[in-house]
Design a binder for this molecule. Structure first.
Ligand code: PLP
Length: 381
């Protein structure tokens, strides 16, 4: 099969049959003309399908090795789309340290639809096996997790889910298919926020669900049309443009994050660094086995505690204080106050998200400029 980077670079190229444009034009039309009222053309109404979204979905399904993919208006819409296909009362086992917004959605849907929702430490296979009772419908993993970068052994975890009769879904937002393809490790569904590494330029919001089984992919496409959760045309164009450089960005941003993680780990002001690329990280060996790189995200805690962490986040020049990740610009955030603020203090404590945790997303700036910035901010504390 052609290499991943070739497939990413060629995604949607030469796909314009009308003008022969190398890059396919954006079709912004909401409706598509019919010649016969009883016979729709290849496109009919843009909520159901439009050329740009289809092209992006085909490219992402191809890169993840999926039978089909549905592109949604956000990463959260992608997670909700998977829940749409479950019956009320279904048992769901969810990683206890998943993204705070995902946990807020799981809690709300469980209250509304009577899901038997259990949070488990999915990096602990015994705990996962205990949570997965026979008849469970869905196991939802996030690896590496945001923000603690904890690593779940996908092969082992998806095998346990299968034994219990549950589908496995993996939130692959932190790495993207350039660095990890969960379907290759036994997952049934892989999903991601396109907003992050896949698009990589922080100028659109989107999500994708990639599915191993064609029938499930069709059911999810049915739900996306029925509920109107599909992504918009211009966002699909931007995401496809971002996707073409994904392998290069993912590689360089991972290298930069690795250098910053190693230097932070050796710094006297730093109490702990979470980065799966560090040999001392508890998930390092699993990550090295199932990932093609360690990703742009890392977290750390300072000896000096919470106030110092907030001062550090405000004192950086080349890391913008903002809550996203995976873009070409480096970002810093305090998850307890930002991305994970929707979780209760108890849920944050269970997930290991302390008030003084600092999260960095490494971008494409020069690594020495980034380190000089961090080092100076640490010295100023
Ligand atoms: N999953 C993870 C791991 C995330 O970090 C995020 C957003 O930060 C999402 C899902 C939700 O994505 P979106 O913001 O595109 O809805």
């Amino acid at each position: 099969m052609t290499c991943f980077s070739t497939r990413a670079a060629r995604a949607g190229i030469n796909a314009d049959p009308v003008h022969g444009a190398v890059v396919a034009p954006v079709s912004l039309s909401a409706a598509y003309r019919r010649d016969d009222p009883a016979v729709p053309g290849p496109f009919d109404y843009a909520r159901t399908a439009h050329p740009g979204r289809d092209m992006l979905a085909r490219a992402l399904a191809d890169l993840d090795g999926a039978a089909g993919a549905v592109v949604t208006g956000s990463g959260m819409a992608a997670i909700d789309l998977v829940l749409n296909d479950l019956p009320n009362g279904a048992r769901i086992v969810c990683a206890h340290d998943c993204y705070g917004g995902a946990r807020r959605l799981f809690d709300a849907r469980a209250r509304q639809r009577g899901f038997d929702l259990v949070y488990a430490d999915c990096t602990d296979l015994d705990a996962l096996a205990r949570a997965l009772e026979p008849g469970a419908a869905l196991a939802f993993f996030e690896t590496p997790s945001n923000p603690r970068l904890r690593v779940t052994d996908l092969k082992a975890a998806t095998a346990l889910a299968r034994e219990a009769g549950a589908l496995s879904a993996v939130d692959n937002t932190v790495l993207s298919p350039a660095l990890q393809r969960p379907l290759e490790h036994g997952a049934d569904i892989t999903l991601a926020s396109i907003t992050k590494l896949i698009n990589g330029h922080s100028d659109m919001v989107g999500g994708v669900v990639c599915v191993r089984d064609g029938e499930l992919a069709e059911r999810l496409a049915w739900w996306a049309n029925a509920a109107g959760t599909g992504g918009a045309a211009f966002d699909a164009f931007l995401a496809l443009r971002g996707l073409r450089t994904l392998p290069v960005r993912a590689r360089v941003q991972s290298e930069t994050a690795g250098v910053l993680a190693r230097r932070l780990a050796a710094h006297k002001a730093v109490a702990r660094v979470d980065y799966p690329g560090l040999t001392g990280h508890p998930g390092h060996e699993i990550a090295a086995r199932q990932q093609d790189g360690f990703g742009p995200l890392l977290s750390f805690e300072l000896h000096a505690g919470t106030d110092a962490a907030r001062a550090l986040a405000r004192g950086l020049t080349f890391f913008t204080l903002a809550q996203s990740l995976g873009g070409v610009e480096s970002l810093v955030s305090i998850p307890a106050l930002m991305t994970h603020a929707a979780m209760s203090p108890q849920a944050r404590a269970e997930a290991g998200v302390g008030d003084g945790l600092v999260r960095l997303s490494a971008g494409l700036e020069d690594v020495e400029d980034l380190w000089t910035d961090l080092d100076a901010a640490l010295a100023a504390l």
